[in-house]
Every structure is written in C-alpha cells, then in structure tokens.
Write a protein that binds this ligand. Structure first.
Ligand SMILES: [Zn+2]
Ligand SMILES: [Zn+2]
Length: 406
C-alpha cells in the first residue's frame, strides 16, 4: 500500500515548539493534509512518552482517528550533530531513554543533547532495534556535514548501520546525489515541524510503499526489501529553505562562496557571522558536477505550502487569517490534500476560489512562481509574478503530475 508519511516532528516539550503540538492536534492536522503516518517526535521525554502511552492501543500501535504514529526522536550528539531515530515500540523508547539518561538531561528538552558521539548513539540505536540517520544533513549547524566531511567521520564503525539520510528543507535529491557515499542511502524528506499548522506539518513528506503501516513495514521500505521503498520524496524547492545560500545570520545579506572566503565569513554590511549555505556546502563535497541518481532513487516532487501560496496571493500577512483559512479548508475538503490541489485537480472546477488564488495555483503549475532563495536562517520568499494570467485552459505540469495519483 502507498502511504504519505512525515517522519520528523517535535512535541510541545521541545525547545521553541508550539504548545499545540499535542497528539490529537497533530493527528487532526495530518489527516486534513492527507498524511497517513506521522512521527511522535521526542520519545525520550518522560512527559511526552507518558502522553504517547496513554494514547496507544498497544506497545506498538498508536492510531488517533485516521492518523497513525511512529515513535521517533531527534538526538543532538557531543559534536552538535542531529540524528533521527525511528523506534519499534514504546518499550524500546523507554529502553532508549534509560540508555541515554547517564549522558544528558532528558527532561530538559524533547530533543535531548547527550555526551555521546554519532558512533556511540548509532550503537545504542542498534541495541534498541531503532533505525538511525542524520537529520537535515547539510545545514550549516547541528548537522552531519556541518562538522564532518563523510558519514564515516561521524558514525565510525557503525556507518553501515545508517540506512537513511534526511535531506532537510534546503536540499533535494539532485543536491544529495552529487555525493557518491549517499547513493546507497534512502532519502527522507520530513517537515521537522515545530507547530502543527498547514504550512509546517508535512511541508515535506515521503510517499512510501509499505506492506502495512507499522514500524516493521516502514523498516522494509527504508531498507528497500521485497520491493518496498520510498516511492517519492515531496518537499520544498531547495531555494525555499532557510540555509540554501550563504548569508549573514543577522542582516541576511547573501554572498557567493568566493566573497565569503574573501570576507573571512564576516558580513561586510553589519559584521555578523556568515553561515555557509547548503548549495555551497554540496559544491564542496560533491563527487559529481551533476546529480547521478542510483537506480533505486525515487523522484523528488517540489512543493510550496499551499497556505503560503494563498496568503501571498491574497496579500495577507499570516496563514491564520480568515481568508486564507477559508480558502485552504475549502480546497482540502474538495481535493483531500495539497498535492492534489497543486498538481492534479482540474482548475476549471475551482471557480469557487478568489481569482487571485486560482492564478497563483496556475502560476505554480507553470513554474512561474518566483522564489527568492533563503539563507542565514531566513526562509526563501515566494513571489507571484504580476503578469500571471489564466492563459491556457488547464495547464498541468505533466512530469510532476503523473507521479501522483490520489
Ligand atoms: Zn534538528
Ligand atoms: Zn550582516
């Protein structure tokens, strides 16, 4: 069966997270977006694990409404590298917490920092039967390639146990497949959402062919056994991410790599620190000038959060205005999920929409939306070109569309 899954989220117990990150809200918002399986996140936090236990049907099954949960956590190691762990059960999450307890304060943050390196965390992951891989692997801090030049430098003799890599918002498969050592890994595109709302939860997700919705089913897919696997990664254009280009973290002035080096990574405009963008980091690490996809690599579909497209079209300042919410809800009720609206649905049936929204959807399909690349911690900005008109009857981006048939 094909499912849509977002495998990296945080609970209300992680730093800088919305207190609306509660299981029932996450379940409801996921269902609205057509997502079948979401991560619990933060499973070593005692209060969150308690909430997971209370919601669970049994040790391995957590289902609320139509939404299933998989037990996960993100752990920061002693080099500040973030690792994503997927776990088979609540009892294994408990075991993981017991193993990590001596090395960090698990109560302080849903995403704990522990005094262990990547190799040691991977060994513990294996002991508790968890899957592990690096999170947002190319971002200029708290990520594998921020501190290491190879998987092995981080995971040592546990490297072979690493089975996936999370691309992060500022990269896609084309970026990552320029690095040869990543070809054997399954790529995951996850939201890393800190709030449950439509522009965050499942802003990136994976379409996965699994035998069943369970940890074991997911494991078969990530390890690509018996013909199962990730069949599509869906997520941001890399330029939408916060760290796509090298830029100052204070005033967000963008720089080329040469300019950064000449300036000693100090902003000429304000003296702030310049953070190396994912684009430049990939260029440094790349074995190939152009992406070389291994045969198992699924397509990557580029998306923009529909609520942000609507917000931009209407000229509103937030996605939580009545106008944005009303349009978004009516589209979800009619078409079930954002992909359907953005790629599949016949726009001739969308006459109920404000024409500005309809034009923006058409502009997206025609590849005419402009993205000003993100950098230095500032997201890329979507712009709708002024001359957008509804020219063709129902233009469809065939290449992207044929991949998804909901
Ligand atoms: Zn992280
Ligand atoms: Zn600056």
């Amino acid at each position: 069966m094909l499912i849509n899954a977002d495998l990296h989220l945080h609970s209300r117990y992680s730093m800088a997270c919305s207190d609306k990150m509660e299981l029932p809200v996450m379940a409801e918002e996921a269902a609205k977006k057509g997502i079948d399986l979401v991560a619990t996140g933060d499973c070593t936090h005692p209060l969150w694990l308690k909430a997971i236990k209370e919601a669970a049907i049994d040790d391995q099954t957590i289902v609320i409404g139509k939404t299933s949960f998989i037990i996960t956590t993100e752990i920061e190691d002693s080099n500040r590298v973030h690792h994503l762990l997927l776990l088979p059960s609540i009892s294994k999450a408990q075991e993981l917490a017991e193993r990590l307890e001596p090395y960090g304060n698990l109560k302080a943050d849903g995403r704990p920092t522990v005094r262990l390196n990547g190799c040691e965390i991977a060994r513990i992951a294996k002991d508790v039967d968890a899957m592990i891989g690096p999170c947002h692997a190319f971002t200029p801090w708290t990520a594998l390639y921020a501190y290491h030049d190879s998987l092995e430098s981080c995971y040592g003799d546990m490297t072979d146990y690493v089975s996936f890599l999370e691309l992060g918002l500022s990269a896609d498969s084309d970026y990552a497949d320029r690095i040869e050592e990543l070809h054997r890994l399954t790529f995951l595109s996850n939201s890393d959402a800190h709030s449950p709302w439509a522009n965050k939860l499942a802003r990136e997700f994976n379409q996965i062919n699994v035998p069943e919705i369970s940890f074991q089913g997911l494991r078969k897919a990530i390890l690509r056994q018996n013909g199962y696997g990730v069949t599509c990664n869906a997520g941001f254009f890399p330029q939408e991410g916060k760290y796509n280009e090298s830029a100052c973290i204070k005033c967000f002035t963008h720089y080329t790599l040469d300019e950064c080096q000449a300036a000693g990574w100090k902003c000429r405009a304000c003296g702030g620190v310049i953070k190396k963008g994912v684009k430049d980091r990939i260029n440094e690490l790349a074995n190939f000038d152009v992406p070389k996809h291994p045969p198992h690599r699924p397509p990557y579909i580029h998306l923009m959060p529909l609520s942000e497209i609507i917000m931009t079209a209407l000229g509103h300042a937030s996605i939580n205005t009545k106008g944005v919410q009303k349009a978004w809800n009516s589209l979800m009720e009619k078409y079930g999920n954002e992909l359907n609206v953005l790629l599949n649905a016949n726009t001739n049936d969308m006459d109920f929409l404000d024409s500005r929204i309809l034009n923006a959807i058409l502009a997206f399909r025609e590849g005419k939306l402009i993205i000003r690349p993100g950098g230095g911690g500032q997201y890329g900005q979507i712009e709708i070109p002024r001359e957008t008109r509804r020219t063709e009857k129902d233009p469809q981006k065939k290449s992207q569309r044929s991949l998804f048939d909901f």
